[in-house]
Design a protein around this ligand. Structure first.
Ligand SMILES: *Cc1c(COP(=O)(O)O)cnc(C)c1O
Length: 453
């Protein structure tokens, strides 16, 4: 926060001198700022848009190789993973594990299923508590609720949008069994702290890496740091097959249990051994994923290059702050590119108006998650249910509801989040990135017009 306030103050000073002076002091403006030279009028008020008649690269990614893999699977008649040990799903599991640098991978039907399988495989269930973030996909808590365990939500850090380790530690009690950090936007949560906390309190760590394929932190791929790591291959994610997911891990026995759980409780030895849903990935999903593997790292590199470029320019735009990253962050997946909006630097303009002005310039950013999960109706629903009333005391359920307070998450949802859905835009060109930067810059420079938008 300290650096930011210095930065804000120094800009206010330069901005008041005028645009020319500002461009001398902040050289990146001189390079990238073409939009408002052509039009000082916001497009929302009839000016010329920074970006028009251009589209972003299409998503989901597909090429001839993907189509060939689907055809091959269709012709082979091997449509289900148990028909062959060399089908697309077992092959994908092997290759993905190799790429991530982990011993085992078990593919399933979604990221939510991967997380639920992990919870079951670790033996968590009624009476157990798992601490996770309110700022995430509903699949994160669905995985915990499906096992009838209790998802306890801790607040997030306002600038990184990640689960706050201090608040997690405060919420640990004798029933707490696991922490589920979520790597939001495909950037590392504060894993160093979470692993320390887990060790101290003897907790499992399940990484929700559903957004974080191939992201690197302190020399390790995300998903390999905790006991288990879970990924999603839903259409929007960086490695997509419609609906799909996988679990990774290095523990032979635990990963064998993951296989058993997702295979309706039936092990690789052919014995039906435990409780488990049927979550097997089908071979067509495997084919689509396999078809993308040869080129996925090119797109990963492109996303990182473009994100780095965006960040280097956006940090000069007042009131817009790129997501805070933790020490040791090496590469992100850049499933999403996110920023904080500080309306104080925009004459108090509400984010919704700001977004409208940007959209008119041809750049669509999203407020992303509308409500943290602590503000959703499931909280009241579960405490009224028999299984929860039997497994948790009335006092605990009352306290659980009362402590569902996450003010940082609320302000991020209600006022501050600006999210660029990266799967299209971030696989574009540097000129595409300039459009984004120019639009943000133009709206800043013309912020006095925002009251009329
Ligand atoms: C997408 C996502 C999930 C759920 O994955 P699905 O494949 O949609 O079930 C869970 N957590 C996070 C953070 C996600 O982004």
């Amino acid at each position: 926060m300290k650096n930011k306030s210095v930065h804000r103050r120094s800009f206010i000073k330069t901005a008041s001198i005028g645009a020319v002076a500002a461009s001398q002091i902040v050289p990146s403006f001189a390079f990238s700022f073409q939009g408002s030279k052509q039009s000082g009028k916001l497009a929302a008020l009839g000016g010329t848009a920074v970006r028009s008649n251009k589209s972003w690269p299409r998503w989901p990614y597909r090429d001839q190789n993907v189509l060939d893999e689907i055809t091959k699977t269709t012709e082979s008649g091997i449509w289900c993973r148990i028909q062959s040990k060399t089908g697309t799903v077992p092959t994908f599991e092997k290759k993905y594990a190799e790429m991530i640098g982990v011993k085992h991978c078990v593919a399933v039907g979604s990221g939510t299923q991967a997380l639920h399988t992990s919870v079951e495989a670790l033996g968590l269930g009624p009476g157990d508590e798992v601490i996770t973030s309110p700022y995430t996909d509903p699949g994160t808590i669905a995985a915990i609720l499906s096992a009838r365990a209790l998802p306890v939500l801790a607040d997030i850090d306002r600038l990184s949008f990640q689960l706050d380790p201090d608040d997690v530690e405060r919420r640990i009690n004798k029933n707490t069994k696991a922490i589920m950090p979520v790597h939001m936007m495909g950037q590392a949560a504060n894993m160093e702290r979470f692993m320390q906390i887990a060790k101290k309190h003897k907790l499992f760590v399940i990484e929700d890496a559903c957004q974080a394929h191939f992201a690197k932190y302190q020399g390790k791929m995300l998903g390999t740091i905790g006991d288990l790591g879970c990924f999603s291959h839903q259409s929007s994610k960086v490695l997509a097959c419609g609906e799909g997911g996988n679990i990774i891990g290095n523990d032979d026995e635990l990963m064998d249990r993951c296989f058993t759980v997702q295979n309706h409780g039936t092990s690789k030895r052919g014995r039906t051994e435990t409780i488990g849903p049927k979550y097997r990935m089908n071979e067509f999903e495997g084919a689509i994923l396999l078809g993308q593997l040869p080129t996925v790292m090119e797109r990963h590199a492109l996303r990182n290059r473009n994100a780095k470029y965006l960040t280097s320019k956006i940090k000069d735009i007042p009131g817009i702050y790129p997501q805070k990253l933790y020490e040791g962050t090496e590469e992100g997946s850049f499933y999403l590119y996110s920023m904080s909006y500080d309306k104080k630097l925009y004459n108090g303009t509400d984010r919704s108006i700001y977004l409208k002005a940007l959209a008119a310039e041809g750049i669509g950013l999203s407020p992303y998650i509308k409500n943290g999960l602590h503000r959703e109706p499931w909280v009241d629903n579960i405490i009224s249910r028999k299984v929860y009333q039997k497994m948790y005391t009335a006092e605990r359920l009352q306290q659980f509801k009362e402590e569902m307070v996450c003010p940082n998450c609320d302000i991020v949802c209600d006022e501050e989040m600006l999210m660029l859905w990266a799967s299209g835009p971030l696989t574009g060109t540097l000129e595409d990135m300039d459009d984004i930067i120019n639009a943000l810059t133009k709206v800043y420079e013309n912020r006095d017009q925002l009251s009329k938008v």
